[in-house]
Write a protein that binds this ligand. Structure first.
Ligand SMILES: [Zn+2]
Ligand SMILES: [Zn+2]
Length: 319
């Protein structure tokens, strides 16, 4: 039911930089620490530097250009008192005016649950509609403890997962793919070029001393500019290689947000020194499909805090 932008986007999430997790935690602006509360407390020996998606040093710019708070949304508006509506016609009329005002001026609200997991601190996003149907983006739970944590959070919010979307096939983003697919009996969607990473998933996990309880599987391919989603939630997929072949960004025009995987981060971009990486290709796709989005678009990256297109245009040293 939502219209979606017609531009294309493709990216590749690995970037060439230094470890970022500690920097990010230490220097993230106070109002940009949405993930810290949900970060899994992993054994410190597993908290080795991220080798798949590093980021550059943070600066004061970040604090200064912190994304503005989200505007009120229609969900808030519709929570107006409902008693006495029959008798208070004037109040009802005012409510309708408010409703139309907010509908026309503010983005459609999308519920987003962020769960950060595994030694690479990947952000798994669970977006859900008013019926509590959910889409899981990059299930990153890597062991039974994290798997149980994810299930508890999903249960706690009363959600029913309907599908899994993969931004790309790097091992840190697919560690929980097979498990969640099996547990909820839901299909996995990804770009066809992600298959090559899926096929090597077990050996990739071994490299990092990780174990895949269930091998990842792709059930259906997503094409560039294809629209995908569930009732009330719709994304346009943009193929954005350069970090990893098959990288996708999922954009919602109506909710003014994009899930960027490892293509674009707060003040960084995906590293390009891993197989299928290419800096020129990555920058091309970022500029073509992400930087052309409305400036207020919120960017939900595969690692670290969210940002906005406007912030990155002004402060990202790689762009
Ligand atoms: Zn990656
Ligand atoms: Zn990553």
């Amino acid at each position: 039911m939502f219209s979606i932008p017609t531009e294309n986007r493709t990216t590749h999430p690995l970037r060439a930089s230094q470890p970022k997790t500690e920097h990010r935690r230490r220097y993230a602006p106070p109002n940009q620490k949405p993930h810290t509360a949900s970060v899994m407390r992993l054994a410190t020996e597993h908290r080795k530097p991220q080798t798949l998606c590093a980021s550059p040093p943070k600066t004061e710019h970040r604090r200064r250009y912190a994304p503005p708070h989200r505007k009120p949304n229609t969900a808030d508006v519709t929570r107006l008192p409902t008693e006495n509506r029959e008798t208070l016609n004037i109040f009802f009329f005012a409510e309708q005016l408010l409703f139309h005002y907010f509908c026309e001026n503010y983005p459609i609200f999308m519920n987003i649950l962020t769960l950060t997991a595994n030694p690479f601190q990947v952000n798994t996003y669970i977006v859900y509609n008013s019926d509590k149907q959910a889409i899981i983006i990059d299930p990153a739970c890597s062991n039974p403890e994290e798997q149980n944590y994810f299930i508890r959070e999903i249960d706690k919010h009363g959600l029913t997962p309907a599908m899994i979307l993969l931004t790309h096939g790097h091992i840190d983003h697919i560690l929980g793919c097979g498990f969640m697919r099996e547990h909820y009996k839901i299909p996995v969607f990804a770009h066809e070029f992600t298959e090559i990473f899926i096929a090597q998933a077990e050996s990739s996990a071994d490299l990092f001393g990780l174990h895949l309880s269930h091998p990842p599987v792709i059930d259906k391919f997503i094409e560039h500019e294809q629209t995908i989603g569930i009732d009330q939630i719709s994304f346009k997929a943009f193929h954005t290689p350069g970090h990893a072949s098959g990288s996708l960004c999922f954009y919602s025009e109506t909710s003014e947000l994009v899930f960027s995987g490892d293509v674009l981060f707060q003040q960084s971009i995906g590293r390009t020194d891993l197989p299928t990486g290419d800096m020129d290709v990555l920058l091309f796709h970022i500029r073509k499909y992400l930087l052309t989005l409305p400036p207020q678009t919120i960017v939900y990256p595969g690692h670290g805090p969210k940002t906005t297109i406007e912030n990155e245009i002004h402060t990202n040293p790689f762009l």
